[in-house]
Design a protein around this ligand. Structure first.
Ligand SMILES: O=C(O)CCC(=O)C(=O)O
Length: 312
């Protein structure tokens, strides 16, 4: 196993979380388990030990570039992304609402782009999930596609309250749809957080859609949480086609996008479970309603890039 580079002075200086520079001592690299692919017991052991499984360059670059080009092309068609779309540079403008008044319908059509689904729902990821779940896997049909423009971040949370209504045997796969250097706001995980007893306890029975008085995300900043729990924020300069798989109790979020070029961070996340486990109808089928029932319109990706949002 090797690990990706977060050690350079530059990478460390470029990391900020909710406006706070991340002290280098709090940053650590994701362990790259790519060498374990094809060895299911070793993959499961790494996932159980670390709480996540990171595989660099997991998807063929050309497949990821095809997905990226297709998605960003749609955003260019509403004047949110400059030409050539594959560069992912935001224009600061949007005609999305004028051209597509139904935000959910537009976002669904982008999220169902074939080139994107070939990556998120293709045989390669299915095989990895079969290995990790030690069972035939099934992917949720509802896909979280995220173009995060400059200024955006995702607060620390775990996925349990969203996806474990029917079964707890669910894994998230986060996929980099293009290079995501640290200043573009990659995913981070809090090291060892899948073993935090208070988090595990607090998630028991928690359902984001039913327990509407409680937020899934933590108010504390990633830096404050890492300090308070004497742990590290694991992330790095991610590459196109990298995948990070993690369980429902691992705390994670995304660093600030502070791209000096105004580049949008493009990623998607999708959940897999054993095919034989009960399905949550919110996320499966031709018309998935999503967590709240609002369908694709509930996702942050459905908002024009010019709009302000902070996830969860
Ligand atoms: O990409 C992000 O900003 C957040 C991803 C996330 O929360 C997830 O994959 O569960």
């Amino acid at each position: 196993m090797s690990s990706i580079e977060t050690g350079s002075r530059n990478a460390r200086l470029r990391a900020t979380a909710r406006g706070e520079p991340v002290d280098p001592s709090l940053l650590g690299p994701l362990v790259d388990s790519r060498a374990l692919l094809g060895d299911p017991p070793a993959l499961r052991e790494a996932l159980a030990r670390d709480g996540y499984l990171y595989a660099s360059g997991f998807f063929p670059r050309e497949d990821v570039v095809a997905a990226r080009t297709a998605v960003l092309g749609r955003l260019a068609s509403v004047d949110e992304i400059a030409h050539p779309p594959v560069e992912g540079i935001a224009t600061g403008r949007s005609t999305r609402d004028a051209l597509h008044p139904d935000r959910g319908a537009f976002w669904r059509s982008v999220s169902e782009t074939w080139a994107l689904r070939r990556v998120s729902h293709g045989a390669r990821l299915h095989r990895l999930m079969d290995d990790l779940l030690d069972a035939e896997s099934r992917a949720q049909d509802f896909l979280f596609l995220r173009p995060a423009s400059r200024g955006k971040h995702t607060r620390v949370h775990c996925d349990s309250g969203f996806f474990t209504r029917e079964t707890s045997r669910v894994l998230t796969a986060w996929i980099a749809l293009g290079d995501v250097p640290i200043e573009d706001g990659p995913l981070f995980v809090l090291e060892g957080s899948h073993r935090f007893a208070d988090v595990i306890e607090s998630q028991r029975g928690f359902d984001v859609a039913r327990d509407t008085g409680r937020r899934a995300a933590y108010d504390e900043t990633p830096v404050a949480m890492a300090r308070a729990r004497a742990t590290r924020i694991l992330t790095g300069d991610l590459g196109a086609g990298d995948v990070i798989v993690f369980g429902m109790l691992l705390l994670h979020g995304a660093l600030d996008n502070v791209s000096p070029n105004g580049r949008v961070r493009l990623s998607c996340d999708v959940r897999y479970q054993p095919a034989a486990e009960p399905l949550d109808p919110r996320y499966f089928g031709p018309e998935p309603t999503g967590t709240t029932g609002a369908g694709y319109g509930e996702l942050v990706g459905a908002k024009p890039l010019t709009e302000d949002w902070h996830i969860r």
